[in-house]
Design a protein around this ligand. Structure first.
Ligand code: PRP
Ligand code: HPA
Length: 175
């Protein structure tokens, strides 16, 4: 899907020194704001995994919510938000992780999934993989079965894919 990679690339802006000096932040918001490009990217993710291969979509706060909601709407599935610590109103499971630029914890409601429900986990960017590792662990601890993990962009030099091994990652664009 070289065409999809090109669409993601052209919808991305490099922001030097955000959120701290030395980090070049990949901003995908121009892609989200471009209707035809966003639709092609969402349709491409669904085509890759196969409609019917998942029962619900888990999106990682905050930009993963945008991707998850679009996939869920297009496939008639639902969304389960995987949230930053302290945001969920009911009893939640928690997993802490390190970021490229800090430390945090993710949470999911303990009753978020029906046992064995097939969960497509999505986010905008895979960097070090800390966020993804925590999200995937939470989905399984909450009783879901990971049906796939997809990001729009993978920052290969941060080796997230290796960290997640033997889990597999689907990335539309690897830089
Ligand atoms: C970004 C991105 C991923 C994560 C990737 O989110 O959306 O969730 O970092 O980094 P990692 O692979 O090194 O863990 P961020 O934590 O900036 O949160 P936000 O979407 O709420 O801005
Ligand atoms: N862009 C978006 N999300 C991120 C990045 C980035 O460059 N690095 C870690 N998470």
């Amino acid at each position: 899907h070289t065409d999809l990679a090109a669409i993601v690339e052209s919808g991305t802006v490099d922001v030097p020194d955000f959120p701290k000096p030395g980090v070049v932040f990949k901003d995908l918001m121009p892609l989200f704001a471009d209707g035809p490009a966003f639709r092609q990217v969402i349709d491409g993710i669904i085509a890759h995994h196969g409609e019917g291969s998942f029962d619900v979509v888990a999106g990682v706060e905050a930009r993963g919510f945008v991707v998850a909601a679009a996939i869920a709407y297009a496939t008639g599935t639902g969304v389960v938000p995987v949230r930053k610590a302290g945001k969920l109103p009911r009893k939640a499971l928690s997993a802490s992780y390190e970021l490229e630029y800090g430390e945090a914890a993710l949470e999911v409601h303990e009753d978020a999934f029906i046992a064995g429900q097939r969960v497509l986990v999505v986010d905008d960017v895979l960097a070090t993989g800390g966020t993804a590792a925590a999200a995937l662990e939470l989905v399984e601890r909450a009783g879901g079965t990971v049906a796939g993990f997809t990001v729009l962009m993978e920052l290969a030099f941060l080796k997230g894919r290796e960290r997640l091994s033997p889990r597999t990652v689907h990335a539309l664009l690897t830089v």
